[in-house]
Every structure is written in C-alpha cells, then in structure tokens.
Design a protein around this ligand. Structure first.
Ligand code: ATP
Length: 234
C-alpha cells in the first residue's frame, strides 16, 4: 500500500501542498480531484521524488520510506508516472518510445511488449510511426504504454483526459480499468471529476493544498457540494 502522511511541499515561500494524508490500497483505483492549482501534480511529483517534500512529510510504499530516495530507485520499487501532457519523444518511433519505458530493467522485456500491444493494438499497428505524428489520444496511449514497461505496481496518471475528445477519454478510462483488473494499482489525478469518480474506488478532493473531502467514487458523485463545484449542473 502507498501511504501519504502529512505531505507538505513548498515552492520558495509558497506552500502548494499543506499537510495532506491519503492511502492507495493495493489493486485499487484512487483519484485526487480538484481545480487548477490545487496541488494535484505537485503531490504526484513528490511521490516519485521529482519535487522535494518538506520536513515531517512521509510517503511509504509497503512500509518503506520513499522520501529521500532518487527517482530511478522509486521507479524500480514499482511506481510509474504518466506525466501531464504525455511528453512522448516525438522524433522516435512508437516502438522506441515503448522500449524507453523499460530502461531501468535488465531482464527480458518481450513479454511486456506483447502485454502493452494487447492493451493498445493501435500502437502495435503503428510501431514504426514517429510518435510526434500520432493523434493526441494515441500519444496518451503511448505514454501509458511506456509507463507500463517499467512493470509498475502503481501507475500514477496526471490528467489523462486533458485535451482529448469525449469518445477518446471514454476509451482511455476503459483501458485504465482494464489495466487495474490485470492487477495494477492506479492513482489518477483529474480535472474531469465526473469520469474520474465513475472510475475510482476511492476519491479525495484537494482544494488549495488541503484534502477537504473523501469517500467512495459513488459517494462523492452524489455529494451536493462536489456536484456544485466539480460536476457542473447535474
Ligand atoms: P493543474 O491541474 O493546473 O496542473 P494542480 O492541482 O496539479 O493544477 P499544481 O501544478 O500541483 O496544481 O500546483 C500547485 C501550486 O503550486 C500552484 O499554485 C502552482 O502555481 C504552484 N507551482 C507548481 N509548480 C511550481 C514550481 N515549479 N515553482 C513554483 N510554484 C509552482
């Protein structure tokens, strides 16, 4: 289980994350929802050691403290991040991008290539295409496939729906559920709260660096204040 306790992150003098605690149980889908600037990306980036957590924060995976570890070591322990905006390597082919996701491994990756191709047949078809010429949805799929190549226990996704058409978003979320069914724990942050809460077992609401509410996806979808703030008129 991934356990975040009293996580605080400062950028200069500004506290972007103000002492949040939450848990990501094994094999679950957990989502953090919240408006622009609530601290969602900062939280994910601190889990993989890309930003520094303040003194007194704790992030443990199966009891091991991750704070202070280097990012490659955190990835090797089983956490992988699909960053906001995908960041595929545009001048490399699809298959090269996929293989890069396994760069920290020295075991055989053939089975995993087959696995990601089974999840994303489109990427198999387009193996030799330059990643920069893929559509936005295909690039999102490629970013997920690349992250899966490190064979993570926990897949973290930063705004997978950003900039994608509704049908493609649906497709991405159904693949997220399939990946989870196959045993991968998922931590997802989203501004598309509706989709995220329909997909997640557990949701947390983050507002200006603090968790203000949590519950099952269903409970939060039914909550009047969540509806008013995050789900539009429904
Ligand atoms: P979004 O959905 O817009 O990405 P978010 O919830 O992910 O929002 P963060 O990106 O974590 O929010 O940002 C939280 C706060 O920290 C914001 O006020 C942001 O301006 C600030 N912030 C983020 N990154 C940095 C940085 N590198 N330097 C200084 N301030 C930053």
């Amino acid at each position: 289980m991934l356990k975040i306790e009293n996580l605080r992150v400062n950028y200069g003098g500004i506290e972007a994350v103000k002492g949040i605690s939450f848990e990501v149980p094994d094999k679950s889908i957990v989502t953090l929802i919240g408006a622009n600037g609530a601290g969602k990306s900062t939280t994910l980036r601190s889990i993989v050691g890309l930003v520094k957590a303040a003194e007194g924060s704790s992030i443990t995976l199966d009891g091991d403290q991750l704070i202070g570890m280097d990012t490659p070591d955190i990835v090797k322990k089983g956490i992988s991040l699909v960053p906001e905006g995908r960041h595929v390597f545009p001048d490399m082919t699809v298959i090269e991008n996929i293989k890069i996701g396994a760069y920290l491994r020295n075991d055989s990756i053939e089975e995993d290539i087959k696995w990601v191709h089974s999840l994303f047949p489109r990427l198999k078809e387009r193996s030799w295409q330059l990643a920069g010429t893929l559509s936005g949805g295909e690039q999102q799929m490629l970013a997920v496939a690349r992250a899966l190549m490190s064979h993570p226990k926990i897949l973290m996704m930063d705004e997978p729906s950003l900039g994608l058409a509704p049908l493609i978003v649906k497709n991405i979320f159904s693949i997220i559920r399939e990946i989870n069914k196959q045993g991968v724990t998922v931590l997802l942050i989203e501004q598309n709260a509706n989709m995220a809460l329909h997909t997640a077992d557990i949701g947390y609401v983050l507002e200006t660096g603090k968790i203000t509410m949590h519950g099952s996806g269903k409970e939060l979808l039914a909550d009047e204040s969540v509806k008013a703030a995050y789900l539009g008129k429904s």
